[in-house]
Design a protein around this ligand. Structure first.
Ligand SMILES: [Fe+2]
Length: 332
């Protein structure tokens, strides 16, 4: 995973989660593909300012995409269970060309052939290879905070949502640590009622210990392996309520057996917290259930409203509309 940014906890606490307590406000503050930190433009801020909604202007670095084009080719190859020799033969390219691509060299004619064999969208993959695409980041009014913490050699996302009127809140995964999330709960005078787990891989639950002193209810999909007590399980489509917010569970298994997407309505945008089902420009890996993951994403996530913001377990936020056009696994 490419990662040139040092995303430490204080950075998240001071920037991602900073806002005005008890007032509607904007939390996400950058735009487009510029790798330099930027602030939200006055043009995009104007409609909110006109409604009297205060806007926090901060500068933010961009979270790198989770997967580059080599990662994507590798995931698709493992998913289709093809050896290097089988893949080169099926795509009618030389083993040397495949080796060069896996080393990060952009060999466009050979990449185009690989895309046909691996059922990847050529334009989307080439745009990623040329570093021409990064998702436009949604502006999110109050009620949403994102935390990105370092776990071993990677970074993992966790999320907090809340209802502005009742101050009831729900967390989604813990990341490596939930301390910044808990600081936000205190700073905003929230009442944390639920912790929902997208899945139980170590990087997503490592901060569970930080929540031991709270009364938070932990919920996880029925088929997800759990080796800790006190977790409640849901199955199928289950609804939860956090004040005026509604959370619907969608089974998007594949990367893990009980992996769940949480679809939330009541915020400024429909929001899907997708765990490792889907990433901006990629999807969660599974060499054993690749087709299941692809199908579940297609049937559950890609059927959500076009305006849905997608909040993945790794990498930046994205939107359904952007993934329809730019995700090599799903673009048509
Ligand atoms: Fe995972």
């Amino acid at each position: 995973m490419p990662c040139g940014l040092d995303l430490d906890r204080s950075w998240h606490h001071n920037h991602w989660a900073h806002s005005y307590p008890h007032q509607p406000c904007l939390h996400l503050h950058w735009e487009e593909t510029d790798p330099k930190p930027r602030s939200v433009s006055p043009r995009r801020a104007k409609p909110f300012a006109a409604q009297g909604i205060p806007i926090t202007f901060v500068f933010m670095p961009l979270i790198p995409l989770e997967d580059n084009f080599v990662d994507i080719v590798g995931k698709a190859q493992r998913g289709h269970r093809l050896s290097n020799a089988e893949l080169a033969a099926a795509a009618d390219i030389s083993p040397a060309e495949l080796t060069e691509i896996k080393a990060g060299k952009i060999r466009e004619p050979a990449l185009c052939k690989l895309c046909v064999t691996l059922k990847l969208n050529v334009s989307a993959l080439l745009a990623l290879a040329r570093r021409q695409w990064y998702p436009k980041q949604p502006l999110f009014p109050c009620g949403f905070a994102m935390f990105n913490t370092a776990f071993e050699d990677m970074h993992v996302n966790s999320y907090l949502i809340w209802d502005s009127k009742t101050r009831l809140a729900a967390a989604f995964d813990t990341g490596a640590t939930a301390r910044s999330m808990l600081d936000t709960v205190v700073a905003k005078k929230l009442s944390l009622r639920y912790l929902f787990l997208t899945h139980t891989h170590d990087d997503h639950i490592a901060g569970l210990k930080d929540l031991a002193e709270t009364n938070v209810e932990i919920w996880v999909g029925k088929h997800e392996p759990i080796d800790f007590l006190s977790a409640n399980v849901f199955k199928g489509e289950t609804h939860f309520h956090v004040g005026e917010l509604t959370i619907k569970t969608l089974s998007t298994w594949g990367h893990s057996p009980g992996q769940t997407t949480f679809f939330i309505t009541g915020l400024a945008w429909p929001l899907a917290i997708v765990g490792d089902s889907l990433f901006a420009g990629s999807m969660g890996g599974s060499s054993t259930h690749y087709y299941d993951q692809w199908r579940n994403n297609r049937e559950k996530i890609f059927k959500l409203p076009n305006s849905t913001v997608l909040a993945p377990g790794h990498g930046p936020l994205t939107t359904l509309k952007q993934e329809q056009q730019h995700n090599p696994f799903f673009a048509e």
